[in-house]
Design a protein around this ligand. Structure first.
Ligand code: SF4
Length: 333
């Protein structure tokens, strides 16, 4: 058994100082970290409990009309907060489609941003090949079971997917992650927060050593009238996405002013379908236009042996999610 020390941080500065000790990590809700520790995937020697830091557990309005969600807000509280429900229903839906109510009651927004892939080979240390766990060891999923794995943006070193529903909605909404670290505060545009695996699949985000996530900022709500989060999974609850779609639209009658589409379950990070967005922007939302845009979103897909079905599934999920965002019942998924 590993010896572990535990300390509570009283404030952000204290937490940032404490985590610079060798083997130290932050712990919030712990819903992912404790699983990883029990399986021997992560072996910290110091836990810095950040849940008693004041000022990080609220949802507040920003001067520009957006909102700030503190990093310690529980997923269930964020999903049910009036500002989130009414102004960012896409995000509320995404929160509520993730995990179980018990886990949502415990998990924090900051922790959700950092949850690690659910690749079974990553969690099972009996498998020696996993570049995310041991860099340079190989990737058991490439020739193994890869039904749940990536079809976009993967590398020969890792084909894992990001498991977060919340992050897919935040990608579509152009959120900003606020962090505080040894060099002070900074803001990270959401598109730059998670990484593709490349040759460093062991690194999931662009956080620098010692940085603590303090909040997520959302721009003013432009999409509250027309948005939809669609999650396709093997069972109706408590399952990770095979494919998910966060669709948000600004409509002018039948014409799309602005489309935002992000995909989950397909890549190492939430995947913005930029080509599809550009094909829809300024155009009438016809089914032909939507089908073409969905095809463009998956043009660069490189499926593995077990997950070829995801390409068509993702296309159909885009069609359905955008139709539902537009207030139409159509679409096949
Ligand atoms: Fe490890 Fe990534 Fe390969 Fe899974 S896909 S076994 S996480 S390297």
């Amino acid at each position: 058994m590993d010896a572990i020390t535990y300390e509570r941080a009283a404030d952000v500065a204290g937490a940032v100082r404490a985590v610079q000790q060798p083997g130290a990590v932050f712990i919030g809700g712990g819903t992912n970290l404790l699983d990883l520790m029990k399986g021997g995937v992560e072996r910290p020697v110091r836990l810095i409990d950040i849940t008693h830091i004041g000022g990080l557990d609220g949802v507040t309005t920003l001067p520009d009309g957006g909102i700030r969600i503190g990093a310690l807000v529980r997923n269930s509280d964020a999903a049910n907060h009036a500002l989130v429900r009414e102004q960012y229903p896409l995000l509320s839906q995404a929160f509520l489609s993730g995990a179980s109510s018990q886990l949502r009651n415990m998990a924090t927004v900051g922790g959700n941003l950092l949850q690690r892939t659910r690749c079974a080979y990553f969690y099972d240390t009996a498998f020696s090949q996993c570049n995310k766990r041991v860099l340079g060891s190989g990737c058991a999923a490439l020739e193994g079971h890869n039904r749940m794995h990536a079809i976009l943006g993967a590398s020969p070193q890792c084909v894992a997917v990001n498991p977060s529903d919340m992050s897919v909605a935040l990608a579509a909404l152009d959120a900003v992650v606020r962090v505080n670290g040894p060099a002070g505060e900074r803001s990270i545009p959401f598109a730059e927060f998670h990484r593709l695996p490349g040759d460093r699949p062991d690194v999931d985000t662009t956080l620098r050593p010692g940085e603590l996530i303090t909040a997520v900022d959302l721009p003013p709500p432009l999409f509250s009238a027309h948005s939809h989060y669609l999650k396709v999974r093997d069972r109706a609850s408590y399952a990770f996405a095979l494919v998910s779609v966060a669709a948000a639209l600004q409509m002018d009658g039948e014409r799309v002013q602005t489309a935002r589409i992000a995909l989950g379950g397909v890549a190492h990070k939430p995947w913005r379908a930029s080509a599809a967005e550009q094909m829809l922007n300024g155009q009438p939302l016809t089914q032909a236009a939507l089908t073409n845009a969905a095809a463009a979103a998956l043009r660069d897909a490189r499926p593995l042996a077990d997950n070829r079905f995801k390409v068509q599934l993702a296309q159909r999920a885009i069609v359905r999610a955008v139709n539902q965002a537009a207030g139409r019942a159509g679409g096949v998924a």
